[in-house]
Design a protein around this ligand. Structure first.
Ligand code: BGC
Length: 565
């Protein structure tokens, strides 16, 4: 009862706080020297399919990503996450890397089909899968690293996709809740930070609208909205389950990790551009955050999708509707907001005629632009625009009543051919983005932690291994998947040990020192093909020679026998 009262009060504050964001105040101020509040948590992240490998080991079931990646033509160079970084076998080594960095937390995800091979708890619980995560959690805690656990980082059990159509089907809400409940039961005595979904925007749009991601469906203009609707309900159900059944004993927090690029109006003095930028953010972050904080979709989404659906001659909006009961059920179901942020776009108004057809993208009536001067060292979508990060954080503060935030992802990639471990551009990216985060904290945004993405280079979804986000370089050519520190490891380590940026003199020396250490790693990496070569000798050349010897001796022996006879 008291909880409900508190939630209602929080809601009233949220609603009155909404819309205060000052679009005209974009202070691109100089670098700020200072530190984060005591207790600020520093971490790195990963996800199961991107790093674990062991795709069919120890009783694991298949996920939609196993199946999708095995289809020809879906992933760059037809690569798969079958073995990836072999994280399933190497987690002890990886925790040692984290210990060296003096990290406070590690964000990883649980593979649903690794512990429930058919997706359903009633059918079979794979104890070996449970053991793996349990050992990982224990070792983290022994190493004084807080586990932050994502329940769903995109790897739905394939059976649930085949039988029910995955997130198109409302039954996923119940199945996901059973899976989450199992995780609370087995790991909740040790895990206090739970993230239900990672980046539901991507699950919905790339999985069910464009089909670039698993399950690869192209249900334009409706599939993404339906998937998102079920995901929001599933999140809320899990939050309520935890609240009713586990919270008093386990005392943990349930959040969600939403991804959002910042959208800056091309011309802040043009009201149409400002509205277009606001729409861009509401169709991205607000699509999920507004129902979870305020109980319903952003008004602008309801208006635009409803109007366009009418013009297309549909009887109802393509955006599903929450009933009054559902609204109050989903409202206020985030104990903390996880934010994944990488980049920014300029946004301007652009009308799409209804003849364009059903499309999430056309529903927004806007165009995205980039400044050619923005650095773009890696993925083609990722431009480095640090000030957008501070803007986004302040927008969240004003829109959702200054919730508790953990930055759950932030980082930059490099393209595959780049094997230079002296990753100057990544150090620059971290330096500037984390500095904007510090400015946001000083603006009063309630950020409690930061997670660099990612610990290791990994399987980058439809891009395969062609884009590398890791602080550690992984040599995927070598069967042992050795890890090599990039210079940014040293750089990030300094930020962590200083809890920010203490002084200009010190910060300027960090990059120089980091580059000094990375040249020896470069030499080690350069030598690594030899390791691959040695493996070829032991695994191919030696067995072939032995077999030939045996054959020759057999022939020789037969020849001798025949001569005797
Ligand atoms: C995903 C990560 C991915 C990153 C970069 C994020 O939205 O959660 O898994 O590595 O984007 O593409």
């Amino acid at each position: 009862m008291l909880r409900t009262g508190v939630r209602l009060l929080a809601l009233a504050l949220c609603v009155s706080a909404g819309g205060d964001f000052d679009w005209t105040k974009n202070e691109k101020t100089s670098f700020y020297y200072g530190t984060f509040p005591t207790g600020f948590s520093w971490g790195v992240g990963s996800s199961a399919y991107q790093t674990e490998g062991a795709w069919n080991t120890d009783g694991k079931g298949m996920s939609i990503w196993d199946v999708f990646a095995h289809k020809k033509g879906k992933i760059s160079s037809n690569e798969t996450g079958d073995s990836s970084c072999e994280g399933y076998y190497k987690f002890k080594d990886d925790i040692n890397l984290m210990k060296e960095m003096k990290l406070n937390h590690y964000r990883f995800s649980v593979s649903w089909p690794r512990i429930l091979p058919s997706g359903l708890r009633s059918e079979h619980v794979n104890e070996k899968g449970i053991r793996y995560y349990s050992d990982l959690i224990d070792l983290l805690l022994n190493s004084k690293i807080t586990p932050v656990v994502t329940l769903y980082h995109w790897d739905l059990p394939q059976v649930l996709q085949e039988k029910y159509g995955g997130w198109q089907n409302a039954s996923m809400v119940g199945y996901f809740n059973e899976f989450a409940n199992l995780c609370f039961e087995r790991f909740g005595n040790r895990v206090k930070h739970w993230i239900t979904f990672n980046n539901p925007w991507s699950i919905s749009v790339e999985g069910y609208e464009t089909g670039e991601h698993a399950p690869g469906l192209r249900m334009r203009g409706s599939g993404a909205y339906k998937a998102a609707h079920h995901i929001i309900k599933a999140h809320a159900k899990v939050w309520h389950t935890y609240d009713m059944k586990w919270r008093s004993k386990q005392k943990g927090l349930i959040g969600i990790s939403l991804s959002a690029d910042w959208g800056e109006p091309v011309d802040v003095s043009n009201q149409r551009d400002v509205e277009a930028a606001e729409r861009y953010i509401h169709f991205y972050l607000g699509w999920f955050a507004t129902p979870l904080f305020h109980g319903d979709y952003p008004a602008v989404m309801k208006e635009y999708i409803g109007r366009k659906s009418g013009q297309q001659g549909l009887g109802a909006s393509r955006l599903p509707v929450f009933s009054p009961q559902e609204k109050s059920y989903i409202r206020g179901t985030v104990d903390f907001l996880g934010l994944g942020h990488y980049t920014t776009r300029y946004v301007t108004q652009k009308n799409y005629p209804s003849s364009f057809g059903d499309s999430y993208f056309a529903d927004r009536d806007l165009a995205e632009l980039v400044d050619p001067k923005w650095p773009d060292p890696g993925s083609e979508w990722l431009y480095s625009v640090p000030w957008g990060f501070r803007r986004l954080l302040n927008f969240v503060k004003t829109q959702y009543g200054n919730p508790m935030i953990y930055v759950t992802e932030n980082g930059v990639s490099e393209k595959m051919p780049c094997t230079d471990l002296c990753d100057d551009w990544r150090m620059q990216y971290f330096r500037e983005y984390i500095n904007e985060l510090l400015k946001a904290v000083r603006d009063g945004v309630n950020v409690k932690g930061y997670t660099a993405w990612s610990l290791l280079d990994g399987f980058e979804w439809d891009e395969g291994f062609s884009e590398r986000f890791g602080l550690y370089f992984v040599d995927f050519r070598n069967k042992n998947k050795p890890r090599f520190p990039k210079a940014s490891v040293q750089f990030y380590k300094r930020i962590i040990s200083s809890n920010g940026f203490p002084s200009q003199r010190e910060v300027e020396s960090w990059k120089r020192k980091a580059v000094e250490t990375c040249s020896s790693s470069n030499q080690l990496l350069a030598a690594d093909p030899l390791i691959g070569h040695m493996e070829m000798v032991t695994e191919i050349v030696v067995p072939t020679i032995c077999t030939l010897c045996i054959l020759l001796s057999a022939v020789f022996f037969m020849f001798l026998l025949r001569r005797r006879l």
